[in-house]
Design a protein around this ligand. Structure first.
Ligand code: ADP
Ligand code: MG
Ligand code: MG
Length: 875
């Protein structure tokens, strides 16, 4: 006989697949001896069987459920429908992966017209009993029988209005009794069916409803967004009810073992005295911060704290825990690894490591690339922010900063996003139906709800900035308007939302990129211990270099000097250089250019603060710099004091059919050695001056691009070295410097041994190498590559992931040839493809010293290298 049902005392946390996350953890906590109300789990396999058999629970399942209910009765001394001691249970869904709010829960199941009286008598609290009953009618109606919840809520609202009352907790026993009979009428009126009085019927129906909810639209959407398989199914947990709504020594709450926004240690959460179930997360009443529980119920708080610590150690992760206190007795209803921001993830893992709960290897392996990426969230420009006054403030639920246009519904948000707008979703509160709207928004703002409300939890999970519980805000969804006192937010109103402070501003505030990352520094120190291969930055402007350093670059692997010429006046000078007719004219321009280049290099060396810096000499595909048409020629002619015809003739002369394979890189250096000489002088002079001023040791690394031949390289190196030596001798200076080359053309790979006789280092330029190894134009590749990806010919775009079989093989040849001649040869790889995690898996196996990539990819690259190194050493 197949087992469809497990008691909590029979399972463990390893059985997430079979029992669902919630069930597996309830079992685990039971095993640990924690105060968990007794219960059992109907498996995910039962769900799949149910869905596969026309939504029918088979007889075996029903029989096993009935058997488990009997066991529950034995353990609790309560039975279904009993006139002395009725058993009441919750019916809760739980799949393998936590899907907050996706599936539905029914509480107080087992109540009927008779047991409600017993509960009233036993508790001596009829108000409580009828409140429980109406909740059952409401949840059962909504979840199991599909009666719209708003219909129920409308009855309560009407009654409160008639009685002149404002809050639910002002309603008396008689009020709730009235509500109960109205709800029963509502059943008959809307679905022509009575509320089932037999608890076991209620139970089977509820189980079926939970199973069925696996396929509701909300659940499907959630799974699609989070890449969760549709074939897992959900389990159902049936558990004895405990009551947080029993009076002033009862309550219910949610607690995180650490702060889910910042990762800071210490309990973080909310609770409500005298409340049940989802009151806390629904944002109906404003809950109290968990710390206050230490005053309200000190013993229970201490016990809760101890349990939190125990669970955290046991699961080796921050926990998100649901608890209920019934007349002074604490119960734990759920634990799971808590959702948190990326920034919090880093802090939590580092803290768990320093608290010796996890070891270094686990720390390295548990951080994901997306955590690093998202921890580099932008913030508002401080200076501008200081001058602005927020018009609205709420709880800082999920950090980051965002600017966008306000929209009041998920649909409107989705449409606006499709139009290309940046969207801020503004709502009273959010619910699972809003998921898609949240996913397309830059920020989510709500007027109600606390730090554990739906909006807060979901936004944090998705790394979306969010401010919740903005009490001054009134949202009227139907009118698409939000009011804050006299101020109005309308559809399309531009807002700036600060999820780190909870402040909201009218209009746009400019965003600033990340500058300080304390956690990253610690992480880099650890990654560094595990990986021989280091990471440098591709950067040339002081701002990018500084960013690279902040993000952990060990140096600059590629500073592209042609990028320094795109600015307007320099572009002109550069054009003058390439259009010059005589050496004298060229030298004249070069003198001017050298001044600005030297200044550039000084800024660079200062920003690099003594770290290794590879400067690549000019590698301009000339066509990027030439005037593009007659009118530009005319303009250039005017600016340079030449005739149109002169400029035109020269431009036509220089025009190439295939500039990517043309007069590029050191081919320019062969033709006009004075250009590279000027650059080399500027580099060395800048290095000397900065080294003296700042007391660094700087060893300039001068990189010559586009080499195909040893003689070619030796010749250009000679010219460069001559200029450097002349300067050093004249000034009686001694300076270590290195001159190396890019390896980016197939021939260079084959003759790498000969080149290495003259070169101090190699750096693979994977963009050009890919272009030439695959015969695939960099600039025109997307059309072809996309077609190849669609057709399944390529698994990845070779310009994003290094093509191992071709480009990779070529690199191996070059490394082998180079190292044979010069074992001390320093070898790097630059180009964006180097930083892709898949490329790193390959590169980490090569005998290279560093890879170089754009600043924002550095942490991820260094981490992936460390993971790869750990995986290799584990083999
Ligand atoms: P979700 O997956 O949406 O968090 P749960 O199954 O955890 O749904 O149920 C929602 C809420 O119902 C819980 O937070 C808890 O407060 C309440 N609840 C569930 N089971 C019980 C129980 N046995 N006794 C009291 N309250 C319960
Ligand atoms: Mg729920
Ligand atoms: Mg829960």
């Amino acid at each position: 006989m197949k087992r469809w049902v497990y008691l909590f005392s029979e399972g463990s946390k390893e059985q997430r697949g079979l029992l669902g996350g919630k069930g597996a953890n309830l079992a685990e906590m039971t095993k640990l001896g924690l105060p968990v109300p007794t219960g059992f789990t109907v498996t995910t396999e039962a769900c799949l069987d149910y869905l596969a058999h026309h939504n029918q629970l088979n007889a075996e399942m029903k029989q096993q459920v009935a058997q488990a209910v009997a066991t529950l009765a034995e353990k609790t001394g309560k039975t279904f429908g009993d006139h002395k001691n009725p058993l009441l249970v919750s019916v809760r869904s739980g799949s393998k992966f936590s899907m907050p709010g996706m599936m539905d829960t029914v509480l107080n199941l087992g109540l009927n017209d008779e047991t409600v009286e017993v509960l009233a008598k036993n508790s001596q609290n009829p108000r409580f009993a009828y409140d429980c009953y109406r909740r059952l009618l409401q949840m059962f109606g909504d979840v199991v029988l599909g009666i719209d919840n708003s219909k129920f809520e409308a009855r309560i609202t009407a009654l409160k209005k008639a009685a002149g009352l404002k809050y639910d907790n002002e309603l008396t026993a008689d009020h709730w009794k009235r509500i109960v009979s109205e709800y029963k009428e509502l059943y008959v009126k809307t679905i022509h069916r009575e509320f089932p009085q037999d608890p076991i019927d209620q139970l089977y129906l509820a189980i079926e409803a939970v199973f069925g909810s696996w396929n509701n639209q909300r659940a499907k959407t959630y799974r699609r967004i989070h890449n969760i398989s549709d074939d897992l199914g959900t389990a159902v947990n049936i558990q004895e009810m405990v009551f947080g709504n029993f009076g002033e020594t009862s309550g219910t709450g949610v607690v995180f073992t650490r702060n889910p926004s910042t990762g800071e240690a210490g309990l973080f959460g909310e609770y409500l005295i005298n409340a049940q179930g989802e009151d806390v997360v629904a944002g109906v009443r404003t809950p109290k911060p968990i710390k206050v529980l230490a005053e309200d119920l000190p013993d229970q708080y201490a016990q809760l704290k101890a349990i939190c610590e125990k669970l955290e150690r046991h699961y080796r992760d921050m926990q998100d825990i649901e608890f209920t206190i019934e007349r002074g007795k604490l119960f734990i209803l759920q634990t799971r690894n808590g959702k948190r921001t990326a920034k919090a993830t880093l802090k939590i893992l580092l803290d768990l490591y320093s608290e010796q709960i996890i070891d270094e290897e686990e720390l390295v392996n548990r951080i994901e690339a997306k955590d690093l990426e998202a921890s580099l969230h932008p913030s508002f420009d401080e200076k501008i922010l200081a001058k602005r006054v927020p018009f609205l403030t709420g709880l800082a639920a999920s950090p980051g900063a965002a600017v966008g246009a306000a929209y009041f519904s998920a649909e409107a948000a989705t449409e606006a996003k499709a139009r290309g707008e940046h969207v801020i979703l503004v709502r009273e509160e959010t619910s699972p139906e809003d998921i898609e709207g949240i996913a397309v928004s830059e920020a989510v703002v709500t007027s109600r709800g606390g730090m554990t409300s739906h909006a807060a939890v979901v936004a944090r999970g998705m790394g979306i900035c969010s401010v919740v519980g903005c009490e001054a805000l009134t949202v009227v969804n139907e009118e698409k308007i939000g009011t804050v006192g006299k101020e109005k937010i309308e559809e399309g109103t531009i807002l700036s939302v600060d999820g780190s402070t909870g402040k909201i501003y009218f209009g746009e505030i400019p965003l600033e990129e990340v500058t300080s990352t304390v956690a990253l520094d610690e992480l880099h120190a650890i990654w560094d211990r595990h990986s021989q291969i280091k990471v440098r930055a591709n950067a040339e402007t002081p701002k990018d270099i500084a960013m690279g350093m902040t993000l952990g670059a060990t140096g600059i692997g590629l500073a592209r000097t042609e990028h320094m010429f795109f600015e307007k006046t320099r572009l002109l000078q550069f054009r003058q250089l390439i259009l010059a007719d005589t050496l004298a004219e060229r030298l004249q321009v070069l003198k001017e250019l050298k001044k600005v280049q030297k200044q550039d290099f000084k800024f660079m060396y200062q920003a690099a603060a003594g770290k290794a810096t590879t400067v690549r000499l000019l590698d301009p595909p000339l066509h990027e710099f030439l005037p593009k048409n007659d009118s530009e020629c005319r303009e250039v002619a005017k600016e340079l004091g030449k005739t149109f015809n002169e400029v035109k003739r020269k431009t036509d002369n220089l025009a190439e059919t295939n500039p990517m394979l043309g007069f590029r890189g050191l081919r320019l250096g062969v033709a006009y050695p004075e250009i590279y000489q000027m650059q080399a002088e500027a580099i060395v002079e800048a290095a000397v001056e900065v080294a003296q001023a700042e007391n660094y040791v700087i060893t300039p690394e001068i990189m010559i691009p586009f080499t195909i031949d040893a003689n070619e390289f030796a010749r250009v190196r000679g010219a460069v070295e001559e200029a450097v030596q002349t300067y050093l001798t004249k000034n009686e200076l001694i300076l270590n410097y290195q001159i190396g080359t890019m390896i980016e053309i197939p021939r260079a790979c084959f003759v790498a041994g000969e080149i290495a006789q003259h070169a101090d280092f190699f750096s693979f330029g994977t963009n050009d190498l890919t272009q030439m190894v695959l015969g695939l134009s960099r600039d025109d590749s997307p059309r072809i590559v996309n077609q190849y990806l669609d057709a399944g010919i390529f698994a990845d775009d070779p310009f994003q992931v290094i093509d191992e079989a071709g480009v990779g093989a070529m690199m191996k040849i070059a490394i082998k040839n180079g190292r044979k001649v010069n074992p001390a040869l320093k070898i790097g790889v630059c180009g964006e493809a180097a930083a892709h995690p898949k490329s790193i898996a390959f590169l980490s196996q090569l005998d290279i010293n560093y890879i170089s990539c754009s600043p924002f990819r550095i942490p991820q690259a260094q981490m992936t290298l460390a993971k790869a190194a750990l995986a290799t050493s584990a083999k």
